[in-house]
Write a protein that binds this ligand. Structure first.
Ligand code: SAH
Ligand code: SF4
Length: 349
C-alpha cells in the first residue's frame, strides 16, 4: 500500500487512489489497467507503462470438480511452476470442513536436494517474486471459481530460502486491501532453516509453521536431508523452542514414512520424545513413489504401528491418505518437467 502511495505521490496523484488501484487488482481481479474505469485515462496509461499487472500465464489445469486440481503456471521467463488445489481433507486436518486449500510454490526448483523429493531433482533455477506467489492464488481461485480459504507453502521450493518475497507475498495475501486471507489460514513449511524460523517467530503475523522433519535422529535425517548438516536437530529444536515460546498455535511436524529409512518403531519413540515437549502435532505421510528414486512406503500395518507408538506417548498424530494420486498432484510431489510441459502448452497469447 505504502509503495503505491509513494508512486502516486510522485505522479502528483492523491494517495487514496492506492486503495482504488489495489481494489481493482485484488478484489475485482482485473487483468488490465484499462479496466480501472474510475481512474483517468492518462493515469491508466502511465500505470500500464510502469507496471506489469499479471505476469503468470495459466498454462494447464488437471483434474476437476471436487477432486484435487493441479495448475501449471508459466512464468514470464518461460519457466513453469505448479500449484495444487486440495478440497477439505478431514484426515489431513482432523476435522470435517468446507475448506479449500491451495498448495503454492515458492521457488522454481529447490536447492536443498532432499534425497526423496521430486522438487529437488532438477536442482534450483530461481526464487519466485512476491507477485508470482500471489498470482498462483489469484489464478487458481479464478479457475476454480471458488474462494480459497487456506494456503500452504508446500509446493516446489524452500519458502524460507526466499524469505523476503515470502513475507511480502504473505502481507499482500493477508491485507484487507489484498486477498484478505487470514494469516492463521496460512502455513509455511520448511525443511528446517533455523535462523529463518527465529526471524519468522518475531513477525507480528499469526502464520502457522510446519517442519518437514522426516527423521528423529541426526543419523536418519542426515541420510535423506542434506540441510541437517547445516542445522542439526539440536540447532533446529533451539529455533523451534524459540518459536513455541512466542506462539499460541501448535507446530506441525511432517513425517514421510519411508521403508527401511525412518519407519521403524525406535524412530517413532524418538519422534514422540521430540514432539511431546513442544506439543507438536505429527502428520505421517506414506511416501509417494517418485520415478527414478529408490524409496518406497512401508506396509500399512507398519504405518499403523508407527502411528500407535506416537499416540500411546500422548502425541497428536494423523496418518495422511493423500488425495489426487491419480494426477500425481499430491502436495510435495511437484517437480520441474519442462519438456513435458512444453509439449502440453499452447503458445502464450
Ligand atoms: N521445502 C519445504 C516446502 C516444500 S513442502 C519443505 O520441505 O518443507 C513439500 C512437502 O512434501 C515436504 O514435507 C516434503 O518433505 C514432502 N515430500 C517431498 N517428496 C515427497 C514424496 N515423494 N512423498 C510424500 N511427501 C513428499
Ligand atoms: Fe526442497 Fe522441501 Fe523438497 Fe527438500 S523436501 S528438496 S527442501 S522442496
Amino acid at each position: 500500500m505504502d509503495d503505491w502511495k509513494g508512486w502516486l505521490q510522485e505522479q502528483g496523484e492523491p494517495a487514496f487512489r492506492a486503495g482504488q488501484i489495489l481494489g481493482w487488482i485484488h478484489r475485482m481481479g482485473v487483468r488490465d489497467f484499462s479496466e480501472m474505469t474510475n481512474l483517468a485515462s492518462p493515469l491508466r496509461a502511465r500505470l500500464d507503462e510502469a507496471f506489469l499487472l499479471r505476469s503468470n500465464h495459466l498454462a494447464q489445469v488437471q483434474g476437476s470438480g471436487d477432486t484435487t486440481r493441479k495448475f501449471l503456471h508459466r512464468l514470464r521467463d518461460g519457466r513453469y511452476i505448479e500449484s495444487v488445489l486440495i478440497p477439505a481433507n478431514p484426515s489431513l486436518y482432523g476435522e470435517a470442513s468446507d475448506r479449500l486449500t491451495l498448495c503454492v510454490s515458492s521457488q522454481v526448483g529447490c536447492a536443498y536436494g532432499c534425497r526423496f523429493c521430486a522438487s529437488g531433482l532438477a536442482g534450483f533455477a530461481r526464487n519466485l517474486e512476491a507477485g508470482e506467489i500471489v498470482e498462483q492464488v489469484m489464478q487458481a481461485g479464478e479457475a476454480a471459481r471458488e474462494r480459497i480459504s487456506n494456503l500452504v507453502f508446500m509446493g516446489m521450493g524452500e519458502p524460507m530460502a526466499n524469505y523476503d518475497a515470502l513475507l511480502q507475498a504473505i502481507r499482500i495475501l493477508n491485507a484487507e486491501w489484498g486477498v484478505g486471507l487470514g494469516a492463521r489460514h496460512m502455513t509455511v513449511s520448511t525443511s528446517g532453516l533455523a535462523p529463518q524460523i527465529e526471524r519468522l517467530a518475531e513477525e507480528p503475523l499469526q502464520i502457522r509453521l510446519a517442519i518437514s522433519l522426516h527423521g528423529a535422529s541426526d543419523e536418519v535425517r542426515e541420510r535423506i536431508m542434506p540441510v541437517n548438516r547445516k542445522y542439526p536437530l539440536d540447532r533446529l529444536f533451539e529455533a523451534l523452542r524459540y518459536w513455541a515460546d512466542r506462539r499460541k498455535q501448535f507446530l506441525t511436524f511432517e513425517y514421510i514414512l519411508i521403508e527401511g529409512v525412518n519407519a521403524d518403531l525406535a524412530e517413532a519413540e524418538r519422534l514422540a520424545r521430540l514432539a511431546q515437549p513442544l506439543r507438536a502435532k505429527v502428520n505421517l505421510i506414506p511416501y509417494n513413489t517418485v520415478e527414478g528414486l529408490p524409496w518406497v512406503r512401508p506396509r500399512e500395518d507398519q504405518q499403523e504401528a508407527f502411528l500407535q507408538v506416537l499416540r500411546r506417548r500422548g502425541v497428536t498424530a494423523t496418518l495422511r491418505r493423500e488425495k489426487g494420486h491419480d494426477i500425481d498432484a499430491a502436495c510435495g510431489q511437484l517437480r520441474l518437467r519442462e519438456e513435458t510441459a512444453e509439449g502440453l502448452v499452447a503458445p502464450p497469447s
